[in-house]
Design a protein around this ligand. Sequence first.
Ligand SMILES: Cc1cc2nc3c(=O)[nH]c(=O)nc-3n(C[C@H](O)[C@H](O)[C@H](O)COP(=O)(O)OP(=O)(O)OC[C@H]3O[C@@H](n4cnc5c(N)ncnc54)[C@H](O)[C@@H]3O)c2cc1C
Length: 80
Amino acid sequence: MLLSQLAAIRIQVEWSHRVVSCHEDISAGQGGVVLDSGEKLEADLVVATDGVGTRSHGLVVGRMVEAKSVVMQFMDGVSG
Ligand SMILES: Cc1cc2nc3c(=O)[nH]c(=O)nc-3n(C[C@H](O)[C@H](O)[C@H](O)COP(=O)(O)OP(=O)(O)OC[C@H]3O[C@@H](n4cnc5c(N)ncnc54)[C@H](O)[C@@H]3O)c2cc1C
């Protein structure tokens, strides 16, 4: 359904690309991503859906956020 809707508004989907970083230029109202091929893509809007360990953390939070097991967080709390 999503793919057919994207096709209807002429948005092309490309598969098998890996994002290594995200960037934005607030004054220009532009953002984008850099792929592992080195290709730089610019866009009005970037929707990051790359799950845990997302490459967008550096931009949105200001640092990369390491995934941590809930059990380990509980154990850290208990021990100190
Ligand atoms: C073993 C296990 C069991 C789980 N069981 C449950 C459950 O029972 N119920 C429940 O609600 N949740 C469960 N979860 C959690 C659930 O899988 C996640 O919360 C959910 O998949 C998150 O969806 P997402 O779309 O944000 O990320 P994901 O499903 O992780 O999708 C991210 C996608 O982005 C791609 N990607 C990642 N990095 C990059 C990159 N740099 N460039 C390009 N693409 C990239 C990945 O290949 C992947 O296709 C489980 C998780 C695990 C590991």
